[in-house]
Design a protein around this ligand. Structure first.
Ligand code: ZN
Length: 378
């Protein structure tokens, strides 16, 4: 909770804190695992350093409490493991330089926990009419993305890049009774969780962006997932694009060794290695791609040669003369359509993942003023 400056009297402030604490104590699902509710308040912003640390890495509660306690008019209440205080204090430190909005529609209390009734066709129509909304409907998978899957009081949420028409957009969704709607500023779709790193410095459980060259070609795994190796000079990182990310997987399959790319995603432990689970990729420069059309002809004999195997060249059956692989007639294949930023299909996207065309994300994360050193193109 953050009231800017002295916009509230001391009495009003105490009232707001008391009422909020009352709701928290009444509504928390005490006794359930992971119930770590917390309330933080302050009259000034907590330094944004806490936001960036907590959105990108795991921050211990003590560190958040220490930063919060240095701020004027601050205080907190934390239950359970105390981990909730990190998110609460980090929310007061959010600089909101990149932001989106979400209208959340709530259900009356007597409906909490029952099946939700939200008409998919009206969500689809709304997302086509209001192009500034995002992650409402996945056209490829024909899946509804506005409803949560937990027994929480939320009926649905409509996310948008601009707040102006969002309340109107939410009203066009046909559903069971909505008790109230609240418009929130959010960090969804900002890519704030991604930080620039080198392969040798990545940490498990975080979401780095890595730039380098494709070091091993894409390989299709069981289940349609695709893996390849990325090298940035400091090390090699196995990268995996999972099948549900369809649109991204299709592009990853077309990568070639020595393409220059930037990838981002979460670092997971896939024994015996760690790997980067791809959330997005920018293809920066392509290595030349050759497609062999014909085996070379033997010049003295005038007949076609036989291949000796991939990359081993050719031989004439009549005079036994050999020819190098480059002697084959080949054409350059144009793959320039895969240059640029690629994201997974909407239903496979994480909520913080940058939006398509998130220019601010590309400028600040993918192209910082100090570029990481890169292997050069051959
Ligand atoms: Zn010959």
């Amino acid at each position: 909770m953050y009231a800017k400056g002295d916009s509230l009297s001391e009495h009003e402030r105490d009232q707001v804190i008391d009422r909020t604490l009352g709701v928290l104590q009444r509504e928390a699902r005490w006794g359930e695992e992971g119930t770590d509710p917390a309330l933080a308040y302050a009259s000034d912003r907590v330094p944004e350093e806490l936001y960036w640390a907590s959105v990108r890495k795991r921050v211990p509660p003590n560190r958040a409490i220490e930063m919060l306690s240095r701020v004027r008019g601050s205080g907190f209440v934390a239950y359970g493991s105390g981990q909730g205080i990190v998110g609460a204090a980090a929310a007061i430190s959010w600089p909101a330089r990149r932001k989106t909005w979400e209208v959340i529609a709530y259900r009356p209390r007597d409906r909490w926990g029952s099946d939700r009734s939200v008409d998919a066709r009206s969500v689809q129509a709304m997302s086509l009419k209001y192009r500034e909304t995002f992650l409402s409907w996945d056209p490829a998978e024909r899946r509804l993305l506005v409803t949560p899957h937990t027994p929480c009081p939320i009926l649905f949420g409509v996310r948008g890049r601009k707040p102006g028409r969002l309340l109107r957009a939410a009203r066009e969704i046909c559903s069971e009774k909505v008790e109230r709607q609240v418009l929130f500023e959010t960090n969804q779709g900002t890519g704030d969780h991604v930080y620039l790193s080198r392969v040798s410095e990545v940490e498990l459980g975080t979401s780095p962006a890595l730039s380098g060259r494709v070091a091993s070609p894409p390989r299709v795994l069981r289940g349609g997932h695709v893996s390849f190796g990325l090298s940035d000079g400091s090390g090699e990182m196995p990268c995996i694009a999972f099948e549900p990310g369809k649109a991204l997987v299709r592009v990853v399959r077309r990568l070639a060794v020595d393409d220059l790319i930037t990838v981002w995603g979460s670092v997971a432990w896939d024994p015996p290695l760690r790997s980067l689970r791809l959330e997005g990729m920018e293809v920066l420069r392509l290595a030349p791609r050759l497609r062999h059309l014909q085996n070379p002809r033997c010049s003295p004999c005038g007949i076609s040669t036989h291949s000796l195997g991939k990359g081993k060249g050719y031989r004439c059956d009549r005079c036994r003369r050999t020819y190098p692989p480059e002697a084959a007639k080949a054409v350059l294949v144009d793959a320039s359509d895969i240059l640029g930023v690629h994201l997974p299909t909407e239903s496979a996207r994480r909520h913080l993942s940058p939006l398509p065309g998130a220019a601010a994300f590309a400028r600040t994360i993918l192209r910082p003023s100090r570029r990481p050193s890169r292997a050069s193109c051959p």
